[in-house]
Design a protein around this ligand. Structure first.
Ligand code: ATP
Ligand code: MG
Length: 253
């Protein structure tokens, strides 16, 4: 790895408080270009809050978020998205009446017109359509392209969320529990897709409670407990870390 490159993402001592609740305390974390990094920990540990701070949905109480060495802390969410950070949501947020195909058209930023959400077909140029086709094929969603999101089974809705997030060619993809509620085969399919996305140059930070998935996929893991980083290392190190076993993994066993 070229060590002169800045991290794709760096969190430098991020703290986020909600009134008296410290959801995150002094969190520092790096995602190097091409890495797949996992963020794990018990319910309420601050994982989704971390994504909300990175994407600008929440303003950090202190600390810095850097994308390729540039501070993006406190930029509005649309600017952070345009800079190349896209995410999926723990609770799926698709437009229930829009088709899969329409989701992929409106995910592309060519036109700032709000009306595109209402009339995506009419406002799409050839490049937009080609990119949507490419993503549809990559995610094997061709056979449900004309289905409204609400009619899809849960696992496919998660897949559409992921597809939408990569359509605008982000540099960093944030996945919030990408295989929650999926069976083993569905999770394996997602793992293969994440690996292919990395091959295509994407860097990925993911939150997940499915430990088999995380351990088999991630280059490194960061473990949060009560908003504090209690461990960071390779999956094999994390699996054997007494503090992690005590705070998290031991509970699931
Ligand atoms: N908007 C908010 N207002 C007040 N408290 C919040 C807000 N968002 C998160 N919190 C609190 O911050 C803490 C961390 O929540 P967060 O959603 O980040 O946890 P998590 O690690 O994603 O948990 P889970 O695994 O259950 O999804 C919790 O105590 C939560 O109640
Ligand atoms: Mg969460």
């Amino acid at each position: 790895m070229n060590t002169t490159l800045p991290p794709r993402l760096r969190l430098d001592r991020i703290t986020k408080a909600f009134g008296g609740v410290h959801a995150l305390t002094d969190l520092s974390l790096d995602v190097m270009p091409g890495q797949i990094i996992g963020l794990i920990g018990p319910n309420g540990a601050g994982k989704t809050t971390t994504f909300n701070v990175i994407t600008g949905a929440y303003r950090a109480s202190s600390g810095t978020v850097l994308l390729d060495g540039q501070a993006v802390t406190s930029e509005p969410p649309h600017k952070i998205a345009r800079a190349g950070i896209m995410r999926t949501f723990q609770n799926i947020r698709l437009f229930s009446d829009m088709t899969v195909w329409e989701h992929l058209l409106v995910a592309q930023p060519h036109s700032g017109l709000a009306v595109r959400r209402l009339l995506p077909m009419r406002f799409s140029n050839r490049k937009t359509i080609e990119r949507a086709e490419e993503v549809l094929e990559f995610f094997a969603l061709g056979n449900v392209r004309n289905r409204p999101a609400r009619t899809l089974p849960y696992g496919l809705q998660r897949r559409v969320e992921m597809a939408r997030a990569v359509t605008a060619r982000p540099r960093l993809l944030l996945l919030d529990e990408p295989v929650a509620g999926m069976n083993h085969d569905e999770a394996e399919a997602i793992r293969a897709l994440v690996l292919r996305l990395r091959q295509g140059g994407l860097s990925i930070l993911l939150i997940e409670h499915d430990m088999a998935f995380v351990m088999n996929l991630c280059d490194e893991l960061y473990v949060l407990d009560f908003g504090i980083l209690i461990a960071h290392g390779r999956p094999a190190e994390i699996r054997a870390n007494p503090a992690v076993l005590d705070a998290y993994l031991g509970r699931a066993a």
